[in-house]
Design a protein around this ligand. Sequence first.
Ligand code: DI6
Ligand code: FE
Length: 406
Amino acid sequence: MKPFDSLPSADGLWTGLRDRDGKDIAIVVAQGVIRWIGERTALPAAAADRPSRDGGGALVTPGLVDCHTHLVYGGQRANEFAMRLAGATYEEVAKAGGGIVSSVRATREASEDELFDSASQRLRSLLAEGVCAIEIKSGYGLAPEHERKQLRVARRLGVAHGVTVRTTFLGAHALPPEYAGRSSDYIDLVCHEMLPALAAEGLVDAVDVFCERIAFSLEETERVFKAAQALGLPVKLHAEQLSDMGGAALAARYGALSCDHIEHLSQAGIEAMRAAGTVAVLLPGAFYTLRDTQVPPIAALRALGVPMAVSTDHNPGTSPALSLLLMANMACTLFRLTVPEAIDGITVHAARALGLQDTHGTLAIGRPANFVLWNLNDAAELAYWFGQRPVRTVVRQGCIAVGEGA
Ligand code: DI6
Ligand code: FE
């Protein structure tokens, strides 16, 4: 892959495109922005003499949005995968020095450049499949300098790869070993030192907490939310993944952008999310890896019209996934989403989960040019195939990032 700043511009008139409904579409791009989009027959005459690019009849969608990742970390945890296959429980793995704290150790040991290089490699896989915006969380540093290092790497990734990155501070991901038995003191550090300092450095776009029996309580979660609110930062939550903690309703009270995982989400939680306009983020990669059996309450979310996003949850422990299309497939197969819901889940609703609904996730005049041409006849194929990469062309931030000339 060439460096982003040497990629060709996507400016010009794009024709030979079909949208999800099979309509013949044209897109005019100028200075990296969509200046016109619509049915080709309605193309203004003045646009017709721009340099033309033929899509060859390809299906076109908005650039994909991966709205929940832990992309920046040291090492990997394939050994734990093997231990679990041999019958070890999550607790046994943790006792043997594994689990989140083993990634914390490796992340603390890694230099900023090492983290940048390993995360770049993973990011390239996602970008090659059409991702144009991505959320990246901290949470494997769990100390001021190491959380800073992770977030700085996330920002650098956005610049170097020409992709929209939203950073999320997840200082409250796990209790670092040096705070064993002092959870409340650690939350103080998160709220009064780490978050204000990192926010002042412009490293934090949103704030997240892992609210769970094995992580942080509802009360601790609320303390972090209050600190975020005081700084004017939006919140999101790892909610009801392993049990119903009432986290979703709390997050909704703070106007959360999203509640993520939500396998054990209650009806009251769903109603609170609907009232707050909070997005439900489904993470089938973690469900699959953990061999979970509790399916999120899809029918109830659908019935109340809560927008559902789908994401990789890329992390070294529970979801070493680097394909958003595979997640769309799994969301259909494991969670029974319809194909249009799955496609909306990796585009329009994922953008909303990041507060990017005005710039990403749909194709419209005035938005930055982020779109993907697919070697597919039918939009349903986006969620049907797995293990292949049907991308023909990726236009990302106004440049041809994959495809001819890239
Ligand atoms: N929920 C998860 O499934 C991951 N983090 C989280 O909050 C697990 C992260 C890990 O095991 O490294
Ligand atoms: Fe996660």
